[in-house]
Design a protein around this ligand. Structure first.
Ligand code: CUA
Length: 350
């Protein structure tokens, strides 16, 4: 009997140890939650007016929310600390509890209305500001979401590319968003908030980068099994570099000269690649897959998931379903030599 009591005392957990465990759990949770932040799109380093305004609103909401939370928890702790003993509460002789009407009016009515008015006003002002644009440029880019890649068209310049949006730095560019199939959502965290691409509808907004650079974007609406592999990049360039790029993209593809590339071009037709892909300057005009006119000028393949080089391109063509299961591109039945020839041709599409 005595022994068992002694054992129980040995096992008793000191209070400070419980606190330490709680602290450990909180730190572990923070660690787990922030693990993804290293590679996550940097919403806290905005590089455009719209993203800066969204970022400011986010901080305002966080600070107000934290102050309200701390205030309420402080009052709760104070009330628990100051509560009368249970016996006093239950005693018929104890005086009735007083209602603090000033507290109800200020804490229950005035303060919530003030805080919510500030939040509402700031949100409406941010929305109004995001919808307006100070110096519109004539450049319009039409972006169409597909399962699971982005078609990027410059209608006035007359060319189409994919998974890469180039804009001149410091100028608001009009973006028109559409979808070829299901709902997608266009999001470049460092430049702007999300905007959905809805079937049968075109949504318009402005994209502006304050500094040259590459800004990653992603699909922010679940759109099927490869939703997480639907990335793109916005490249913001100085005026001269951007003009060079535009001129390059407007040029039709050059006919190959090397024998192996000529053979590859013939395979492009016999293998049926032209059914789904377009190449300006040739009769290939398929719109089911990305335009390939300047394929090798792009940074990535398969909507941001592969670096674009001859090795990854060869792997992709040999078996796209292995790389990105569920996408529309079928595996090819080309021999090794044929694949090499086709790659030699595609490498000329710069
Ligand atoms: Cu497209 Cu998610």
């Amino acid at each position: 009997m005595d022994l068992s009591i002694g054992q129980r005392e040995d096992r008793a957990v000191p209070r400070w140890s419980a606190w330490r465990r709680l602290l450990g759990c909180v730190l572990l949770l923070i660690g787990l939650v922030t693990t993804g932040c290293a590679t996550a799109p940097a919403i806290f380093t905005p590089k455009g007016r719209a993203a800066s305004e969204i970022n400011q609103l986010w901080w305002l909401l966080l600070i107000l929310g934290t102050l309200v939370f701390l205030g309420v928890m402080g009052y709760l702790a104070f009330a628990l600390y100051r509560r009368p003993p249970t016996t006093a509460l239950q005693s018929p002789l104890s005086p009735p509890l007083r209602t603090n009407s000033r507290m109800v009016v200020w804490g229950g009515i005035v303060l919530p209305i003030t805080v919510l008015s500030v939040v509402y006003g700031a949100t409406i002002e941010t929305l109004r500001s995001l919808a307006s644009v100070r110096t519109p440029t004539p450049l319009t880019i039409v972006i169409t979401g597909h399962q699971w890649w982005w078609e990027v068209e410059y209608p006035e310049q007359g060319f189409v590319t994919a998974n890469e949006v180039r804009i001149p730095v410091g100028e608001p560019v009009q973006i028109q968003l559409a979808t070829a199939d299901v709902i997608h959502s266009f999001w470049v965290p460092q430049l702007h908030g999300k905007l959905d691409m809805i079937p049968g509808q075109t949504n318009t907004f402005w994209l502006e980068a304050s500094e040259p650079g590459e800004y990653w974007g992603l699909c922010a609406e679940f759109c099927g099994i490869q939703h997480a592999n639907m990335l793109f990049v916005v490249v913001a360039e100085e005026e001269a570099a951007f003009a060079d790029w535009l001129a390059g993209q407007q040029r039709p593809a050059q006919s190959p000269t090397a024998a192996v590339a000529v053979e590859g071009e013939a395979l492009f037709w016999t293998a049926g690649c032209d059914q789904c892909h377009a190449i300006a300057g040739t009769p290939a005009s398929g719109r089911l897959g990305p335009d390939l006119t300047h394929l090798m000028s792009r940074r990535t393949l398969a909507a941001g998931i592969l670096e674009n080089n001859i090795g990854t391109l060869g792997g992709w063509i040999a078996n796209p379903q292995h790389v990105k299961p569920g996408n529309l591109m079928p595996a090819s039945s080309l021999s090794g030599a044929e694949l090499q020839a086709l790659l030699a041709y595609l490498m000329t599409l710069e």
